[in-house]
Ligand binder design. Structure first.
Ligand code: IYR
Length: 238
């Protein structure tokens, strides 16, 4: 056995392992590879104006495959990606979402929340739910389909959603992380079982030609505000 520490009782106790082959090699120094990826990701925008230009099912399948590579608690993969392009279903989702959103903007949201949304210019109109060619409704599994346990489902599904957004962006597509609240109507409209909880609604498509994004959304906290570094002290230079 090479690498790692041997199991206390020897290899007999160790579950099957395979060599870590097929490694991703960016073919660049990591500093340059990381810089290039940042240059791609910093152009991701949350978009609310989509084009009707179609996106193939094969594209969405690849994006969902990328999302499904996320790590998850005990590798139980507690997620379901319900992908909707049927206009009749998109309309039902829009109408139900707008009903919840009208209540949110009229009474559920408190003053601070509404003030925080002001710079984004959002309102209860959710036309994008019909215009975007695909709605990917991500469900969090609270139990496995066979009734078994899941672990850290929120963290796991959150990670998968991050990869979903990155994969769509990498393919030149725009996304919106939409969280109509409450989201129970999505289970009803999409006929999902009780052990699946709606987690996030992600319209995916091309951004409209005349798409605008709120200026406030461009602001990113500077690195020194979000990153804390503990490095070894510099060696004495004498
Ligand atoms: N769900 C509402 C409100 C909303 C809430 C947050 I937090 C946002 O970042 C954006 C919108 C809506 O979709 O309009």
């Amino acid at each position: 056995m090479s690498g790692g520490s041997p199991a206390p009782d020897g290899d007999a106790q160790r579950p099957p392992h395979v060599p870590f082959v097929d490694r991703h090699d960016p073919g660049l120094p990591p500093e340059e590879a990381a810089r290039r990826f940042y240059e791609v990701m910093r152009r991701r925008r949350t978009v609310r104006a989509f084009s009707e230009r179609p996106v193939s099912r094969a594209t969405i399948e690849q994006i969902v495959r990328a999302a499904s590579t996320a790590p998850s608690g005990a590798n139980k993969q507690p997620w379901r990606f319900v992908c909707v392009s049927d206009p009749a279903l998109k309309r039902r989702i829009r109408l139900a979402a707008e009903e919840e959103e009208r209540a949110f903007y009229a009474e559920r949201a408190n003053a601070e929340w509404l003030a925080d949304l002001g710079p984004l210019g959002t309102d209860a109109d959710k036309a994008f739910l019909e215009v975007a060619p695909w709605l990917v409704v991500v469900f969090k599994l609270m139990r496995r389909d066979d009734g078994g346990q899941v672990y850290y489902p929120a963290e796991s599904v959150g990670l998968a959603c991050g990869l979903l957004l990155a994969a769509a962006h990498h393919a030149g597509l725009a996304t919106l992380t939409h969280t109509p609240s409450p989201m129970a109507f999505l289970s009803r409209v999409l006929g999902r079982p009780a052990h699946e909880r709606p987690f996030l609604l992600v319209p995916i498509g091309y951004a409209a030609d005349d798409c605008e994004v709120p200026a406030a959304a461009l602001l990113r906290k500077p690195l020194d505000e979000i990153m804390v570094v503990h490095e070894p002290p510099p060696a004495d230079a004498d």
